[in-house]
Design a protein around this ligand. Sequence first.
Ligand SMILES: C[S@@+](CC[C@H](N)C(=O)[O-])C[C@H]1O[C@@H](n2cnc3c(N)ncnc32)[C@H](O)[C@@H]1O
Length: 309
Amino acid sequence: MLSIENKKDIFTKYIELGSFGLPIEEFVEIVFLNFYEEINNELASVEQIPTTEVWETLNKAVTEFDLDHPILKILDNHPFFRQIIGPEYSMFNRYPKVYDYLFNQWDITHLDEINIGIIGAGYGQEIITTLFYVEQMLQRTNKTGKNYHVTVLSQNNRIFQKLRHGMLYPKTTINHYFKNSMNVYFEEQKEDVFSFSRNFTQKVTFQDFDLLHVDKSPIQDAAFDLLLIHNVIQYLTLNIEVQTLKAKLVKIFRYMDLVTKPEAIISIINEVSKPNTHISEVCDSFAGNLSSYHKHQWGKATIYIKKGY
Ligand SMILES: C[S@@+](CC[C@H](N)C(=O)[O-])C[C@H]1O[C@@H](n2cnc3c(N)ncnc32)[C@H](O)[C@@H]1O
């Protein structure tokens, strides 16, 4: 009989197959903590493989790196596994250089309140990272009294629903990054497992949103002083024809312009091994056509700074 830890090791090896060298241990900890029961049940219901042997079968396939093994093919096309991994991958403090730049260079003196938009939620890692950087920025600049709010716009799926109802995080993971300040945004749910505190839920609002249908977005006015669109746009290329993609991208950029205030900052990251030229073309022409932006590259991010009116 395999223990949960054994199963987690097998699952880690499985995720590693498609990870392209990205660090995944922390990611798997969070996925497993939140979805263990469902992973177990979904695996047990994989057809053609006896329930009692399914973990052993998966273990054999991943250990032997047998990418043609039927179980890997089944999981590859399995809607549940596609939803909880792959495009939802993220990690805490993934782009320190970018966050350092954004939160150190940003002049917030003229803002009565700071409004930040995040498109694409993942398992909440970037949201939590952003909150910590904002807190540090306010402390450094002696502006701790200034109010701030984070609006998270993301596709409605089971991970987003989990975020809304309280994603769980292993204590070791958040302790690793946030140490003393952990108790600001988290509270202990059960032994060594943390979820959002009241302070977090007061600062963060979640909204269903589809980048492919920005006209249906609940936000249609100049709401944000800072807008982060990190590792979302590249996923739009899946199952979409080039002309449609280009037309959608133009709409997306117009939307980003619409929902940002004068002097706002927009940060875009598309971290992919092979950049999609159609995306880069439209991204390039965005700032080119709109003379109201300064554009520059910083680390993995393209930063657009909107000129004041
Ligand atoms: C790789 S995660 C990035 C999370 C976070 N922005 C970060 O950088 O850590 C991609 C996120 O984009 C969301 N997403 C993918 N396609 C989307 C779409 N068409 N509209 C809105 N969100 C989408 C996914 O659900 C997922 O939460």
